[in-house]
Design a protein around this ligand. Structure first.
Ligand code: PLP
Length: 379
């Protein structure tokens, strides 16, 4: 860990990560799990997360080639799926050398793989567009891709995947699942492994895991839930799903002051005290990844009690209203997100108060925040 004198840190709980993985496993039934570790494992640190899952992960999925290589160089032997395949053909020899599985999402990638004439066929995943309309082969392109791969011998093991747009919303997955089944019902495809479910589908739609029942191998792709956040926090908070936060962002109070009624706090004087108010200044700001748009009233937990954020979040600090918390003083620790259900604040709640989602806050935690690993036995 790098040295940082500022009293801010993110605590990383490896036991919580393994616990959440076990919950994903319980929901997955016979399906296997790609642990999604893109974006530096959602801000938690790729190698740290992979190490915590070393004994339990069936495979890792990410889209950064350099991250995938780092996993191999760190000795991880599990299958590694590249969720966007390759961006330039020059990456293909590395993909082959490190035994990575590229996703092919368009015919141009298929052609590039065929043209690369690698010494060995590569295992590949074919991504199908079933309605998300970002990446994926359409129904008309799939036969062409299969034909090119078969004729060239460029691919060995094939698997089929798609990604749901609304697994966490009212629209659900039904229409996409129907299209997927339609596109993959041909006899030559019916035994290929499939991968459909993200966290939301894994938790909410067991039918997205069903193909396992008709003898196909099925791989779910949970990301967010592994890190202890709920994809649908408004209706099912993480705690009700049995998930535990893996990251706790905390910082100490570096000043406490009393202000008179009518005094303003912070940039723009956005908060004006209505009565004499005790203010705490916390050493965490938007340059640490705390959202600048978090509105006044966003909860911050100090000594097991929630106090409201007031005024604008600055680059390096934020202010809280400590009125009535006479015992709280400089050096006490504020939990910005994470922590236990009793003593902390779910990251989803902070995200909602800032008009964003937990994914963005976790991925956006700044590199200047040192990450400390909770020692085994710390609870
Ligand atoms: C990010 C990602 C996932 C994981 O999604 P969560 O909502 O975090 O579970 C799964 N599949 C693909 C293709 C992704 O890009």
């Amino acid at each position: 860990m790098s040295f940082s004198a500022r009293p801010i840190r993110a605590r990383f709980d490896a036991a919580a990560l393994r616990h959440n993985h076990a919950i994903a496993r319980r929901h997955a039934g016979a399906a296997r799990l790609w642990s999604v570790v893109k974006a530096n494992a959602y801000g938690h640190g790729l190698l740290r997360v992979a190490a915590a899952l070393r004994e339990v992960a069936d495979g890792f999925a990410l889209l950064e080639l350099e991250g995938a290589i780092a996993l191999r160089e760190a000795g991880f032997r599990q299958p590694i799926l590249l969720l966007e395949g390759f961006y330039r053909p020059a990456e293909l020899p590395l993909i082959a050398r490190y035994q990575l599985i590229p996703t092919l999402h368009c015919l141009a990638q298929v052609e590039a793989l065929v043209a690369a004439r690698l010494p060995q066929p590569l295992p590949v995943a074919l991504k199908l567009n079933t309605g998300m309309n970002r990446l994926g082969l359409d129904a008309t392109e799939l036969p062409r891709a299969l034909e090119r791969l078969a004729a060239s011998g460029a691919a060995s093991v094939l698997s089929l995947m798609t990604h749901f747009a609304c697994a966490d919303e009212a629209a659900g997955i039904e229409a996409q699942l129907r299209r997927f089944k339609g596109m993959t019902s041909a006899p030559n495809l019916s035994n290929l492994p499939v991968s459909l479910a993200n966290s939301a589908a894994l938790l909410r739609y067991p039918e997205s895991l069903e193909p396992a029942a008709d003898s196909r191998e099925n791989w779910a792709r949970p990301g967010l839930m592994l890190y202890g956040a709920s994809p649908f926090a408004d209706v099912q908070p993480a705690a009700t799903l049995g998930l535990r936060p893996v990251m706790t962002l905390e910082a100490d109070l570096i000043a406490v002051r009393e202000i008179a009624a009518g005094e303003a706090v912070g940039y723009g004087g956005a908060f004006v005290a209505e009565h004499p108010t005790r203010i705490g200044i916390v050493a965490c700001g938007y340059a640490d990844g705390y959202p600048r748009h978090a509105r006044s009233g966003t909860p911050v937990a100090i000594n097991g009690r929630r106090v409201p954020l007031i005024g604008r979040v600055s680059m390096d600090k934020l202010c809280v209203d400590l009125t009535g918390c006479e015992k709280v003083g400089v050096g006490d620790t504020a939990i910005l997100w994470g922590g236990t259900a009793e003593e902390g604040v779910p990251v989803e709640e902070v995200a909602a108060a800032a008009g964003t989602i937990a994914y963005e806050l976790l991925c956006g935690m700044a590199a200047r925040v040192p990450i400390r690993e909770t020692e085994p036995g710390d609870g």
